[in-house]
Ligand binder design. Sequence first.
Ligand code: UTP
Length: 225
Amino acid sequence: MLTVVISLGGSLVNPGKPDQQYVSSLFRVLRTTKYNFGIVVGGGRLARQWADAARKKGASEFEADEAAIEATKKNAQFVIDTIKKDANRVACQTFESARKQAKTHRFVVMGGTIPGITTDSDAVLLAECLKSKRIINLSNIDGVYSDNPVRNHNAKKYRRMSYAQMIDLAGKNDMRRAGTHFVFDFLACKLIARSRIEAHFIHGRNLLDVRKAVEGKPHGGTVVK
Ligand code: UTP
């Protein structure tokens, strides 16, 4: 069976408090497809709170990242405990362990790994590790836009992009506004390009589109390939 990797935004799993109903409905959809899944869960607001709290106590950026990674792992464990069946029982800490777990489980779930990156890059690395050629980024945004669609109502949504366009946009976005959170981090963009992994950007609560993206069918989000 082929493997699809999902980068599951922390803001979907834990938008203030853990959302069991959402996670259950997402996995009901994933189970009805014919694929295996690698799933990397983000930290969302919990990660930012933990990192800020660490910084206030004088932590370095490395240590703030370590605190944020703990949040991603907590969210990953919440996902595992919610889906119960066919998944590793403890969130994988390394790609090596994810590779091992993928031999015996349909769903392999992990959080972040090392300071300095985000779960976007972890998800692409997991895709490379599991030899997956399709990654689906689920967040609170329904695609890739030319600018932050919340702040700029004239921002244009891309339906299809090349790797070069995506790298360019992620790079420009980093420089344009320090601290702006682009939908996919720059390293992750470079990694999908080097392995020619198809990336789909979908609103995580649009489960119809989630299914279409998993199955490689046309959907309302953005495809980078
Ligand atoms: P996320 O990947 O969840 O960031 O990692 P995000 O994109 O802001 O969150 P979502 O999409 O809303 O879920 C949260 C933070 O955890 C640290 C970084 O500080 C990152 O900003 N992190 C995560 C790491 O340092 N390494 C990792 O491998 C993953």
